[in-house]
Unconditional design. Sequence first.
Length: 136
Amino acid sequence: MHHVEINYFAVLLSGVLAMVIGSLWYGPLFGKTWMKEEGFTEEDLTKDFNSAKTYGLTFIAALVVVYVLARILGYIGAEGIVEGLRVAFLCWLGFIAATKMTNYLFERKTLKLFLINAFYHLVNLLIASVILSVWK
């Protein structure tokens, strides 16, 4: 494999933005619908909740996703925002949407829940791809 330059500031910024987007996505935008579709109450979400562990590991996971996206963009030599968006969309479609669909089918979850969760990841990948494409 050839060497790929990674802009770690762009990876870090994308990880932080993923957390911000998540707080909006699962808060004011779709939080109530998500809780209803998952069968959660407000009490369920606060009971035995270790926020440092949950948010810390979520942030690390976001960084891993963005880092891998940066490597993929570098390996294939994606140039510009449009190519970055195409790659991010294909990664989402093949690795996230398809996997989540399989999970939701076997878990017998609703299409609404699938869409909330899957599109959260699409938005994050698209935004990260723009940041990574601009700040090489």
